[in-house]
Design a protein around this ligand. Structure first.
Ligand code: AHR
Length: 515
């Protein structure tokens, strides 16, 4: 009965995936259907005061030997600019709930130092604060997302911060901003009310947090025409009760988004496993766990649907990514890890899932942008490399603000020890100019897949493709060999009788575009 219901649900959503054999996959894309736009904010980023993400990763200061633009690393800035990142979340993470914003304004020499207790116990000198963050976003032309402090901060402190950033009239906070050199308000939109309040953000119960949210959100005011998009601190992965309690206890009109955090940890939290030294079993488990995002998002969405049938409230997956053991010899509190083709597949799978849930998932943030967890960029003093995950974000750019298209996929399975995963995952969209974008992930580490792709509602005349793949499951870019894994032209495809015939290499992420 349950299976029949699931089958019917898949038929209704039009995103049906069934298994096929012999390394042959069949895809039909319904090019004249689809109702939801894929929000560009699904391709968002997260930068915390953690390890070398902000300091050394984004901010080096004006006097650094590292080439910089007003103190921001130029190489990192250029790389993020190329990705056209839609938003950047800051200052945490766990750090957000011990951050007191007034420590990070005014002349840098006068800013107090604090201890970053969550992340390595290092001294935080507050040289990167509100102005530095918001001006960075302005330069990048990206939307800032600020996460306010509920855990150890007051309602007044959060209220003042919003006033400082957004009020253009005469008031104590607006005047303080002007005294610090910024005449006009920034007009910030996205505001998080606490982070992981069930854990590092205060160890609260959902009922208690829901009440706190109502209080803090009330005093995070709208100024002028600027309406805040308020994001409630959501659940830890499978904690459905958290989502349910927030949806029940917070009036619909008081929140615009509810967050969800999910990390792909291959083994246990105490022994997560290495980012580059792993076998096929670890590889399988990692991709299996990454794929669980689909069920996770479905289950949280189902709960949200009960309280918000119009889907006004966004599910904001504002922390996601792989989490491995830190690189040997690095500070355990800095969460610095390498990034291999396995991470590219994880990113491709996850972004396909978000695209396919575009009706509810309207924002997501990879953890984290530079030098932390599943980073898109790694730096080493003056050097910088782009990771395989960076290239996936680049490959998927055409999906931003395109219409999500339903499809029917038959895929072979990738199996291990009696456990089975679909080898191929996909998401499809139509851009405003009519281009059809199809991103495919083949997680099978050994077998190429023969794909036959038809369009329901049209014929293919011309198709172009790009691919990310590599010879070994742990291949990655290093400072010595920065271009081992990257984007290449995909030529193993042809059009026959209006259909695409393509060979998806083993462990690959592919973009097909039909004009
Ligand atoms: O991204 C690292 C940490 O993971 C964040 O600070 C926290 O929110 C989560 O537990």
């Amino acid at each position: 009965m349950k299976k029949t219901l699931l089958f019917i649900a898949a038929l209704i959503t039009g995103m049906l995936q069934v298994s096929a054999q012999n390394n042959q996959a069949q895809l039909t894309v319904h090019i004249n259907e689809g109702q939801n736009t894929i929000s560009k904010h699904i391709y968002g980023h997260f930068s915390e005061h953690l390890g070398r993400c902000i300091y050394g990763g984004i901010w080096v200061g004006e006097d650094s030997k590292v080439p910089n633009i007003q103190g921001y690393r130029k190489d990192v800035f250029d790389a993020l600019k190329h990705l056209d990142i839609p938003n950047l979340r800051w200052p945490g993470g766990c750090f957000a709930d011990e951050y007191h914003w007034k420590d990070g304004i005014g002349p840098r020499a006068d800013r107090p130092e604090m201890v970053n207790t969550h992340w390595g116990g290092v001294v935080e000198d507050n040289s990167f604060g509100t102005h530095e963050f918001l001006e960075f976003c302005k330069l990048l032309e990206t939307e800032p997302v600020i996460c306010g402090n509920v855990g150890s901060g007051s309602v007044e402190e959060m209220s003042d911060w919003v006033e400082y950033i957004n009020f253009d009239g005469k008031s104590p906070m607006a005047d303080l901003r002007r005294a610090n050199g910024k005449e006009e308000a920034w007009g910030l939109k996205y505001w998080g009310v606490g982070n992981e309040s069930w854990g590092c953000g205060g160890n609260m119960t959902p009922e208690y947090y829901a009440n706190e949210y109502r209080r803090y959100a009330t005093f995070a005011r709208n100024y002028g025409n600027n309406r805040l998009f308020k994001i409630a601190g959501g659940a830890n992965s499978w904690d459905l009760k958290w989502t349910e309690t927030l949806m029940k206890n917070i009036p619909n009109r008081m929140m615009d988004g509810i967050s969800l955090h999910y990390y792909t940890v291959p083994n246990t939290w105490s022994q997560k496993g290495s980012a580059t030294q792993f076998d096929e079993k670890d590889y399988f488990v990692t991709l299996k766990k990454a794929g669980e995002m689909d069920d996770l998002v479905s289950q949280h969405s189902t709960i949200m649907d009960q309280y918000d049938k119009d889907k006004r409230i966004a599910l904001v997956v504002d922390e996601w990514g792989t989490w491995y053991d830190v690189e040997p010899g690095t500070n355990p509190g800095f969460l610095y890890q390498q990034n291999s083709i396995r991470d590219a597949l994880t990113a491709g799978l996850t972004l396909n899932i978000f695209n396919n849930h575009a009706d509810r998932v309207k924002m997501a943030n990879i953890a984290q942008t530079v030098n932390v967890l599943q980073a898109v960029i790694l730096t080493d003093d003056t050097r910088m490399i782009l990771t395989p995950t960076y290239h996936v974000f680049d490959l998927y750019q055409p999906h931003k603000e395109a219409k999500s298209l339903p499809y029917h996929l038959q895929s072979p399975e990738y199996s291990m020890e009696g456990d089975h995963l679909s080898s191929v995952s996909v998401s499809c969209s139509k851009s405003e100019d009519g281009t059809i974008n199809i991103t495919l992930v083949n997680i099978d580490p050994k077998n190429a897949i023969q794909l036959s792709c038809a369009l329901d509602g049209g014929e293919v005349n011309k198709v172009t493709g790009k691919v990310i793949t590599s010879s070994n499951i742990a291949d990655h870019n290093t400072f010595e060999e920065p271009n081992k894994v990257g984007i290449k032209e995909f030529t193993n495809l042809k059009v026959t009788k209006g259909k695409i015939e393509a060979t998806l290499p083993s462990k690959s992420v592919v973009l097909l575009q039909i004009k």
